[in-house]
Write a protein that binds this ligand. Structure first.
Ligand SMILES: [Zn+2]
Length: 364
């Protein structure tokens, strides 16, 4: 399937999460179970296509300048300082803890990738081999990926990203403050080649080939009069994300919030950062932002979760009753099957991407 083997030079220290080739680029790659080793790593072969001003190959991006914000963390309830910094091409999205007593990057840094996820029960938490963690990354990741930002260093001085109002709005506003910078490297896309289906009890989902971009079709079904059955199908773009998803808030039930608080969790959870339901009643004074805010938020979550593939996905994700853990299972299933996906670049003509070019991938 177009995977050609070539020698790779490994670098130590990061437990094989990073593959460095002998030229210059460092990639964080999806771990791929090809080749019979415990794990093997893939890297992008050098593309023949240049990404420079004046060509029509879609280029990678980062933000133009650093930008920062403060906000309360959902679980600890303490103030968190978040700084977003530009990053070089092919470095991906990396979280860095700045409150630790070391600057050893193997300890402080966590790549925002599906195989860094350590817990996805309440929110999405990523961690590294040193045991460093960052929780509640999903609404920030959804904003970053929806705005098509490929490379970013995200510094946090706590174990969680600020929850803000429980939606992606504050992060979109933050990213809009600084704008973007185009980098001279082609943007890689992950093109789904074969359907990947996952079933986990009542949760079901399939990632299907679809060359035009990322499309998400979700349905939820809650035994609750306010939520009930809701579904939404949306082609994900910066524009559709801003219009349809960004402002939808996370939601929870009062009984669960009380239970979490008794365990010392959700200390920062208030009606300011979540829709809270008491039985069949919305407790927030201003009510919902849209009658289907719940499925919109689940779709926002899926955008963030799927961004942990490490590159934008060209595929259609159809799922019912999916949550963070399920979305992560789907990515694991995708990357467990090397024939089910490939890297591509895309060209744009007249403003819209029209052509995918398969990139050879080397595996060790
Ligand atoms: Zn969420």
């Amino acid at each position: 399937m177009g995977h050609t083997a070539s020698a790779l030079e490994r670098t130590g220290g990061l437990r094989g999460r990073t593959v460095r080739n002998t030229d210059q680029d460092t990639f964080s790659e999806p771990i791929n179970a090809r080749g019979g080793a415990t794990y093997s790593k893939l890297r992008l072969a050098h593309s023949n296509e240049d990404c420079a001003v004046g060509t029509d190959v879609l280029c990678q991006t980062t933000i133009a300048t650093p930008v920062n914000m403060h906000g309360i963390g959902l679980h600890k309830g303490t103030m968190v300082h978040l700084v977003l910094k530009p990053a070089k091409a092919n470095s991906g999205i990396v979280f860095r803890r700045t409150d630790l007593s070391t600057t050893d990057r193997a300890v402080t840094d966590i790549p925002a990738r599906y195989d860094s996820v350590t817990d996805a029960t309440m929110c999405t938490t990523i961690g590294n081999a040193a045991g460093t963690k960052v929780a509640t990354i999903e609404h920030l990741m959804a904003a970053v990926s929806a705005l098509e930002i490929d490379n970013l260093l995200i510094e946090v001085d706590a174990e969680e990203v600020p929850v803000m109002d429980g939606s992606s709005d504050a992060f979109i506003a933050l990213l809009d403050q600084v704008g973007q910078k185009t980098l001279e490297a082609p943007r890689r896309f992950i093109r789904v080649l074969e359907p990947i289906s996952v079933e986990d009890g009542l949760r079901k989902g399939t990632l299907n080939p679809c060359d035009d971009g990322l499309r998400i079709e979700l349905s939820i079904d809650f035994d609750n009069l306010v939520i009930g059955k809701q579904d939404l199908a949306l082609d994900i773009s910066a524009e559709s994300f801003r219009r349809e998803l960004s402002s939808s808030r996370t939601f929870g039930f009062l009984k669960d919030v009380e239970m979490l608080r008794s365990l010392g969790l959700a200390k920062g959870a208030t009606l300011e950062n979540a829709v809270v339901l008491d039985g069949d009643e919305v407790m927030n004074e201003d009510g919902l932002r849209s009658p289907d805010e719940f499925v919109r938020h689940k779709t926002l979550d899926a955008v963030g979760d799927l961004s942990l593939a490490g590159a934008p996905i060209l595929g259609c994700y159809q799922a019912s009753r999916a949550g963070h853990a399920f979305n992560n299972q789907v990515l694991h299933a995708l990357f467990a099957n090397p024939d089910a996906w490939e890297y591509t670049t895309r060209r744009h003509q007249g403003g819209s991407p029209v052509e995918n070019t398969r990139l050879a991938v080397s595996a060790d």
